[in-house]
Write a protein that binds this ligand. Structure first.
Ligand code: HAM
Length: 439
């Protein structure tokens, strides 16, 4: 009989305790950043009706990446590839009751059928942060400020740059300036979005296939290197005004911004090449990148969407938000050496050298747990040497050891394994001695 494989499904990860610890640490930093700005955590189901994504998530997700199935009642269901449609559905469901603006965050696990590679897997966890209600561009600025604050909490703010664009500006450029039909625009936008991935040759061939004349390609290149100020003169439009306003707000908040796409030193930079693959964005769009060439994929992406909540037949409610994946974040933290040494899962190991000492050992362990020390007791009787080895294996900071002599005197040997020191203390003094050593 062939044995079953121990490998997880391609593109997914097993989180053994050491990795799980890192994941929990990352999630707790995310929660701290969001709650410090007054955002509330929510969650939704893993399965949603297929049409929830077909409506707005975009061709690539729906036709190439969605995991879907027919349930036993013949309903076509999809495993969530992103959280935004679920969030919009939930907000629409209680749109009149929710206090505005709605400030929500969530850390769902998402599924996309992708070719697994650095920064891309089939299952990932994604921090979603969204503000809904009102059209204020202050919300766009706030979302970017939350993202930068988050990176600061990881100690990585100086290694990232947020590239920002605006869909209204792109519409103006593609339809009014270049005179491209909506279908051609869609193809060109997707090609620009994929440019770094597919390379220059395929990009140029794709433009030709889409029927884009050579002179239009030149216009495109010129546009991609334009500064926000020069576009303000050459092509005044709502998109440029919005970007200028958002950059002004950010600057007031002490963030270094630049309207020049070539700028490599500012925290937030205008970049007309940022497209975003999802169909629902209508205004500001942005992606955050690691400035180190080792990690080329976007670490997070997001933007403003005006028409998502309206899809559910409820009041229109505009929103803005971003999604940040744990895979690219972990690569980022590894690259820049920003992962701290994780805390041990065990503070104290209380030994069991004889069956008849168990009652006392349990009493000491209970007292330590009541004082919030993570405490382990062995499941078998063993001599001093073996117990000490077990304490080291558990990576415990302290070992509580009994010999007959100490036990009869109502005492234990408390060994500090980090400091390589030991003292003899009474049963009643173990907790105080551990607490003192930890101070
Ligand atoms: P997205 O750009 O598709 O946006 O994904 C956001 C981030 O999730 C990416 O920048 C990346 O860090 C991570 N990510 C996406 N796919 C994968 C994958 N297959 N493997 C690993 N990481 C991945 C959205 O999903 C939008 N719904 C975000 C949003 C929230 N927009 C507004 N609110």
């Amino acid at each position: 009989m062939a044995f079953l494989s121990t490998q997880p499904y391609k593109g997914t990860r097993d989180f053994y305790p050491d990795d799980h610890k890192i994941r929990s640490w990352i999630f707790s930093r995310m929660r701290d950043a969001c709650t410090s700005f007054g955002y509330q955590e929510y969650d939704g189901p893993m399965l949603e009706p297929f049409e929830l994504y077909a409506a707005k998530s975009g061709e690539e997700i729906v036709n190439q990446q969605l995991y879907w199935m027919m349930d036993r009642g013949d309903r076509k269901m999809a495993v969530r590839p992103e959280m935004t449609p679920t969030m919009a559905r939930m907000v629409a469901g209680k749109v009149n009751e929710l206090p505005k603006p709605v400030r929500w965050f969530s850390i769902p696990n998402l599924w996309r059928y992708e070719r697994p590679q650095r920064g891309r897997l089939r299952e990932h966890w994604q921090l979603n942060v969204d503000v809904l209600g009102g059209n204020s561009l202050l919300a766009d600025a706030e979302i970017l400020i939350v993202a930068l604050d988050l990176m600061k909490r990881f100690g990585g703010e100086k290694h990232v740059s947020i590239r920002v664009n605006n869909r209204r500006l792109m519409d103006e450029f593609f339809s009014k300036k270049l005179g491209l039909a909506p279908e051609t625009t869609l193809r060109v936008v997707k090609l620009i979005d994929a440019r770094a991935k597919i390379g220059e040759e395929k990009f140029t061939a794709g433009l030709a296939e889409a029927g884009v004349p050579a002179n239009v390609k030149d216009e495109l290149e010129k546009f991609f290197s334009s500064s926000l100020a020069s576009l303000g003169n050459a092509m005044p439009c709502a998109g440029v005004d919005e970007l200028t306003k958002v950059f002004g707000y950010l600057s007031e908040s002490g963030i270094r911004v630049s309207g020049n796409p070539g700028d490599t030193t500012s925290q937030v930079v205008f970049d007309p090449m940022i497209m975003r693959g999802l169909d629902y964005y209508t205004g500001t769009v942005f992606e955050m990148f690691d400035t180190s060439p080792e990690n080329r994929r976007a670490m997070f992406g997001g933007g403003r969407y005006d028409n998502l909540v309206g899809l559910f037949g409820k009041d229109k409610l505009s929103g803005v938000g971003f999604g940040m994946g744990d895979v690219t974040l972990r690569d980022f933290l590894d690259t820049h050496g920003l992962l701290p040494k994780m805390e041990s899962s065990v503070d104290v190991f209380v030994s069991l050298p004889k069956e008849e000492y168990r009652g006392k050992a349990e009493w000491i362990a209970g007292a330590l747990r009541s004082a919030n020390f993570k405490t382990v007791t062995p499941l078998e009787v063993n001599g001093f040497g073996v117990q000490l080895k077990q304490a080291v294996k558990h990576a415990a900071r302290f070992a509580v050891l009994f010999g007959d002599t100490e036990f009869l005197e109502g005492k234990v040997v408390l060994k500090d394994l980090d400091q390589n020191s030991q003292e003899v203390v009474t049963f009643n003094d173990v907790v105080a001695a551990v607490a003192k050593a930890c101070r």
